[in-house]
Design a protein around this ligand. Structure first.
Ligand code: SF4
Ligand code: ZN
Ligand code: ZN
Length: 458
């Protein structure tokens, strides 16, 4: 498990007695990087100092709104210089805090705006702190992002769903601390479940907010594992999945070095997926391939299509998985022979095999292929996505031209008749009548219906 603590204050005196030991414990728990957050002029200097000394630490430069009056609402010159240091990966934590109101609101706002401009000048993301100041924070971000939006994270998120929506629309990431493990944090856990996992980051905010088991004590980066456990329950993913996805998100946002090789096989939850091709006969409007090479933190961009032997070597020991799925980042039936060969080998090992397909295998091979899959594929998940021919042509843009909707339905029927279990999946796209979709699946085709959320893959 590889983790990144994206918000931590190891420069605080709470760690003076055993800073090195805390860093070692973090490493032992799988923490690959710690981003130490500057929260004052001195704190920013210490953060950069810690980063220089320690390979796993990166730093940010910022002044917490509490200290806005000390800088008279302006970014101090020495921080402007420090922002250019090599291991400085963000500007923060900066923002507004009207809860304790330790600096006048006017100075807090001016300083926040000045820091946003510094982030833009240095092409760095923002780490935003906001407490009891949501409306003003949003207004400043909207004004400052109007001509030139930048990336950032809303740290220690604790506002409501409406505010979350606004933050996500601005393209911000969201991070939760170990306080979501508190017994009474039901509201926060419900809120966390609303964050698309591609925007989620982990943070401890240590020394603050230790997890439930250590509540009231000093927090430290090694306790990230408790946060990961809680999030794996919230998202119904494995701890490994949460770690990999959030690590990828943090790496991308903060530009951290981390090898991410392309994957022929990749686990999600208890399934192992096989990435057999990046080609597809559709050009769906909503395809994840239009925007990223990554699915749930796995790099799926193949350098070359793997042979059956290469796939079997990558599969290694498949017995620990509930099912093996041909899926990936393209249409598996384009490589029907390889699917059949690999599926045959997996079936011999007694494994459950599923194929996710766009249902155009008959069109690709100019013959009915369902019979060839019998005995090799236990289940097919066919993406029909929509409920009318017109929508199908508009949304899926098959290279075989109009009429694909009926051809895919034909394939579904043939698979069912061949004794293969079939589920047909639809998307909650605008304009799609989900009741009609359910009727198509269950009454017309007599197969299982599954709804997929638009933009959620894997
Ligand atoms: S069928 Fe799947 S892989 Fe092909 S374009 Fe559509 S969403 Fe992408
Ligand atoms: Zn904060
Ligand atoms: Zn903090």
């Amino acid at each position: 498990m590889i983790l990144i603590d994206t918000h931590c204050h190891l420069d605080f005196p709470d760690f003076d007695q055993e800073r090195d030991a805390v860093i070692e414990r973090a490493k032992d728990s799988g923490v690959a990087y710690i981003i130490n957050i500057g929260s004052s002029v001195e704190g920013s200097k210490s953060s950069v100092g810690l980063a220089k000394k320690n390979p796993i630490i990166y730093a940010t430069v910022g002044v917490h709104p509490h200290y806005a009056k000390d800088c008279k609402g302006k970014v101090p010159g020495e921080l402007k210089v420090l922002a250019g240091e090599k291991k400085v990966v963000a500007i923060g934590e900066v923002g507004l805090d009207y809860y304790r109101n330790l600096s006048p609101k006017d100075l807090q706002k001016r300083l926040f705006i000045d820091f946003i401009r510094l982030a833009k000048e240095n092409n760095l993301p923002l780490v935003i702190h906001t407490r009891e100041a949501h409306a003003d924070t949003l207004k400043i971000l909207k004004d400052e992002f109007a001509n030139e939006p930048i990336k950032g994270v809303m740290h220690c998120f604790s506002a409501d769903e409406e505010y979350l929506k606004e933050c996500l629309e601005m393209g911000l990431h969201i991070s939760f601390t170990c306080n979501i493990t508190f017994k009474n944090a039901k509201r926060l856990r419900a809120l966390a479940s609303k964050v698309p996992i591609e925007r989620l980051l982990l943070e401890t905010d240590a020394p603050f907010l230790a997890p439930q088991n250590f509540r009231g004590k000093r927090n430290e980066p090694s306790y990230l594992t408790y946060l990961v456990e809680e999030l794996s329950r919230i998202y119904a993913l494995s701890a490994e999945d949460i770690a990999r996805i959030t690590t990828h998100n943090a790496k991308r946002l903060f530009g951290l070095p981390l090898e991410e090789e392309s994957r022929i096989v990749y686990p999600i939850r208890e399934s192992l997926y096989i990435n057999i091709t990046n080609r597809c006969t559709n050009k769906c409007n909503f395809c994840v391939r239009n925007s990223t090479d990554f699915v749930k933190g796995h790099n799926l961009k193949l350098d070359k299509e793997p042979s059956a032997d290469e796939i079997m070597r990558a599969v290694k020991d498949p017995s620990k998985y509930r099912e093996i799925v041909f899926c990936g980042y393209g249409e598996p039936t384009l490589r029907l022979d390889v699917v059949k060969e690999v599926a045959g080998k997996l079936k011999k090992k007694g494994l459950s095999v599923r194929m996710v397909t766009n249902g155009e295998g008959n069109l690709i091979h100019k013959r009915s292929i369902a019979g060839e899959l019998k005995g090799l594929i236990d289940k097919v998940s066919v993406s029909l996505n929509v409920d009318t021919r017109e929508q199908f042509d508009k949304v899926c843009k098959s290279e075989f031209g109009p009429g694909g909707f009926d051809k895919v339905k034909e394939f579904i029927k043939e698979c069912k008749d061949a004794g293969i279990k079939v589920e047909v999946t639809f998307l909650d796209l605008p304009g799609v009548d989900l009741k009609r979709c359910k009727r198509i699946a269950e009454e017309e085709l007599k197969v299982d219906f599954r709804l997929r959320r638009y933009n959620v893959v894997g």
